[in-house]
Write a protein that binds this ligand. Structure first.
Ligand SMILES: [Zn+2]
Length: 580
């Protein structure tokens, strides 16, 4: 009474080579081999799952053995005893072996032994070894001789998804057929045919999305349609998106649009709304990457829409979006997103990570001068041997940027942008001491096409010079291009008024608080106050003052500098103030 349900991918499995979907060349060659009686002793069918390898093996077995015909045929009946038993996988002479569970040499020896007997019922004995890459090396070796000179009327069909794991000695003894991924339009048309035959009411956008998701595997597409067919009619694109947890194409295009038009707020809001609706961060990122890829393809091959995975309905929208940006930017974004997928999968806070990844795409666009990638080779050579240039501090304070403006088309001298860039450069330093030294005693004043200009407190310029290669590396890492480094020495008193303070990411545990003893020397006429201004860590606003001597011994001077560094503050000598 209870009839066993036949899944769609079984029900619509091809019965003849002319029904094989999306593998026309292979179907033609194998059909002709049957027609002209040129059957090879061994075949290797390789390709992704769900592309027709096992189906082709069964069709070949049927074509050779159909009882309705007295010789091999390209149109097996599908109804005779043998055709049916082959389709069910229980024919005596068509033996399917799952190599994944029969990896050993003993299994293969037994197969070879049995292959010597003539077929019982059929004209040809057919061995189908599925997932044959799982066989052990000794099993492959045992098979070699038989593949080369098989018993008469015996053929071996090896099937694999990973042909590179098959020994070359085996491959060279087989006729090899590479089953490629089935194209999106072919899958979509086939699904439409099934939907009509099965009276499944599904929209064409939904079919398109199912076909896209299958990524070239017809079996996956059919299984998905099978699942969807249980939903109430009509089945729309939202039903498919909900089942798969993916972001619909239209929403994805809206999202990429906010990226192209550089709207960070819209990006954040869309991110939040999609994630709140239960979408995975990773599927959002994959969606962005897929659309960017389609935009790149559109730029280089505008007359080939079939190369993209975008639907016909969204094609004009994609063109409009692509026109708003450049190929260079698209390639750069793709490059930036390349490693972020792994990042996101490993992240404990995918939502946060996703937002940072997407917003960082915009940041790059903002501060990266467009011509930096076109730097002539000579300039890079020069940068390799760059040296610190010491410019007169007075001249610099009068006109800090005038000397760099000639011949430079794009200059970054906006304080906010420079501050952000400087923080990014500092964050690349592993050593907290270097990071703190730079944060406190130096700051970025300008970045242009070829040079990076940094102001350094005059007391520290020698220290910084000794760490110049580190700084050059950090700048190159952040800007993705080597730059000539110009260091400008500034008077520390002057600096205390003009240098903005930067917040630096650092771990307090990494730094040990220096142990210092402060000396108050009353006998010295030049006695003054040592003021330690703490800008970032202590927010009270009033500077903390240490009583001390202005002519401290060198060791103490160093210790005070370290202490000042640790607190992100600085040492100010103020001889005019009275001792309280
Ligand atoms: Zn038959």
């Amino acid at each position: 009474m209870n009839q066993v349900y036949d899944p769609l991918h079984h029900k619509y499995r091809p019965q003849r080579f002319d029904q094989l979907v999306g593998q026309e060349t292979i179907a033609t060659i194998l059909s002709n081999a049957i027609l002209y009686n040129r059957i090879a002793p061994a075949y290797l069918f390789s390709g992704p799952h769900g592309t027709g390898k096992t189906s082709s093996a069964r069709i070949l077995a049927r074509s050779l053995n159909c009882l309705v015909h007295d010789k091999a045929t390209t149109i097996p009946c599908g109804t005779c005893e043998l055709c049916i038993s082959i389709a069910l996988g229980n024919a005596l002479d068509v033996i399917e072996i799952d190599a994944a569970s029969n990896t050993g040499v003993d299994n293969i020896r037994s197969v070879i032994e049995k292959s010597r007997f003539y077929p019982v019922q059929a004209r040809w004995k057919v061995y189908v070894i599925d997932e044959c890459h799982m066989l052990s090396t000794s099993a492959f070796n045992a098979l070699l001789k038989t593949l080369e000179e098989p018993p008469p009327r015996v053929i071996f069909i090896l099937a694999t998804t990973t042909p590179y794991r098959i020994p070359p000695t085996i491959i060279s003894r087989c006729q090899r057929f590479d089953f490629h991924c089935i194209s999106l339009s072919i899958i979509r048309d086939h699904l439409r045919f099934i939907a009509q035959s099965e009276k499944i009411d599904i929209t064409s956008q939904a079919l398109q999305l199912v076909s896209q998701t299958a990524q070239g595997s017809l079996r996956d597409a059919e299984s998905l349609l099978d699942q969807l067919s249980l939903l109430p009619s009509p089945i729309g694109i939202n039903a498919v998106s909900n089942l798969l947890g993916i972001v619909p194409e239209v929403e994805m295009l809206d999202f990429v649009s906010s990226l192209v038009t550089l709207k960070p707020l819209v990006i954040l809001e869309t991110c939040r709304s999609l994630l709140d609706r239960g979408r995975e961060a990773i599927s959002l990122l994959t969606g962005v990457t897929a659309i960017l890829r389609d935009m790149i393809i559109l730029t280089v091959a505008p007359e080939r829409p079939e190369l993209t995975s975008i639907s016909d309905e969204s094609w004009s929208r994609l063109i409009a979006l692509t026109n708003e940006t450049s190929l260079q930017r698209l390639l750069k974004w793709q490059n930036q997103l390349k490693s972020s997928e792994v990042d996101l999968r490993q992240s404990a806070q995918p939502r946060l990570r996703l937002e940072v990844i997407l917003l960082s795409l915009l940041t790059e666009v903002d501060y990266q001068p467009s011509h930096t990638t076109k730097l002539p080779y000579g300039l890079k050579q020069k940068t390799k041997n760059s040296k610190a240039v010491n410019i007169d501090p007075i001249l610099v304070t009068e006109s800090p940027v005038s000397s760099f403006k000639q011949g430079v088309s794009e200059i970054i001298n906006n304080a906010q942008e420079l501050s952000r860039l400087w923080n990014e450069i500092l964050a690349t330093f592993d050593l907290p001491s270097t990071r703190l030294l730079l944060a406190q005693q130096a700051h970025l004043v300008q970045v242009d096409g070829s040079k990076v200009t940094i102001k350094v407190s005059e007391n520290w310029i020698a220290t910084l010079r000794s760490r110049l290669p580190l700084l050059e590396n950090a700048i190159q890492n952040v800007l993705n291009t080597p730059k000539e480094l110009v260091l400008i020495s500034v008077n520390s008193k002057l600096k205390s008024q003009s240098i903005p303070q930067y917040s630096v990411p650092f771990v307090i545990n990494d730094v040990s608080v220096p142990n210092i003893s402060l000396v108050h020397n009353n006998s010295n006429q030049n006695t003054g106050f040592l003021a330690l201004s703490i800008n970032d860590i202590i927010s009270s606003g009033s500077p903390i003052k240490f009583k001390g001597s202005s002519n401290l011994r060198p060791k103490q001077d160093e210790e005070l500098k370290s202490l000042a560094n640790f607190f992100n503050g600085e040492i100010i000598l103020d001889p005019d103030e009275e001792i309280s």
